[in-house]
Design a protein. Structure first.
Length: 280
């Protein structure tokens, strides 16, 4: 299929999406259905700071008897030089148990921040909603759940407004969480046979310029992403070519808005083969 987001490149793989195992709206089973409907040959479900989705999606593929290539992945929240960044970790198989302790600690911290600190901050800012009741009804609360509640009541029109004004990085209701060092995370990914891709660099403020994080020993960059402008996409693409890095891409689908649909962003067969070769 052809995706407008990738500027007429024939997309065969979407390597960035989320399910209810982290902060997505849909179950892994429904995500798989959307992948099939999008006509993709390959996909990665990359839930935040967890590996719970991997056995679930493998079981769904087997039970539905779908001939598709699944790349086990997770999106890891990290810190580098005082700023938050996300690293997409991809593996040939789903054995990422070496991150279990790290993820358990991070998810306890995330739930505490979302359930208490961030919800309280929104109330202090004048948003009169019982956020506690809303997020208690979900096993994996994330900022999109808070954002969706604000939209339903009428405080904002869409997710972009919510994140741009109150819930995005360094916005009034954003609460910084403790995160592992990006250097440590990248080293651990490589030690256990995975590859590390910098997720959506265009959203990181000063780190949007890759030169500012060039000290990280990354395997590649998520060049194609719905939050990247054409200018940013070209800049990241040229950087990967100059430094012999892998090119990745994905829709970052969560299901909460219409901007990001499964298969709307991703990569073509040549870029995919480079990633597969690196994993092998």
């Amino acid at each position: 299929m052809a995706g407008d987001g990738c500027y007429l490149m024939e997309i065969v793989a979407d390597l960035h999406m989320h399910s209810t195992c982290s902060d997505g709206k849909y179950s892994p089973s429904i995500i798989l259905d959307k992948v099939v409907n999008a006509g993709l040959s390959t996909f990665a479900l990359s839930d935040h700071d967890t590996i719970d989705h991997i056995p679930i999606i493998n079981a769904c593929i087997e039970s539905k008897r779908i001939d598709i290539q699944f790349i086990p992945a997770t999106e890891i929240s990290c810190e580098h030089n005082g700023e938050s960044i996300h690293i997409l970790a991809y593996y040939q198989n789903g054995n990422m148990s070496h991150f279990s302790d790290t993820f358990n600690k991070m998810n306890i911290e995330r739930k505490n921040v979302i359930r208490r600190k961030m919800s309280l901050k929104l109330n202090e800012l004048g948003y009169d909603i019982d956020f506690e009741a809303i997020i208690n009804n979900t096993e994996n609360p994330g900022r999109p759940y808070l954002a969706n509640a604000l939209i339903k009541v009428g405080y904002f029109k869409n997710l972009n407004e919510v994140f741009d004004q109150v819930l995005g990085f360094n916005k009034p209701a954003y609460i910084k969480k403790d995160k592992p060092s990006a250097i440590i995370v990248i080293n651990k990914i490589r030690d256990f046979g995975g590859i590390s891709i910098l997720a959506h660099p265009g959203v990181y403020g000063k780190h949007s310029k890759i030169e500012n994080i060039s000290s990280l020993d990354l395997d590649g960059i998520e060049v194609y992403h719905p939050d990247h402008s054409k200018k940013q996409t070209q800049y990241y693409l040229e950087y990967t070519q100059k430094h012999n890095l892998l090119v990745s891409g994905g829709s970052d689908f969560h299901g909460w808005d219409n901007k990001k649909s499964v298969g709307s962003f991703g990569i073509g067969v040549d870029y995919l083969n480079n990633i597969i070769d690196k994993l092998n």
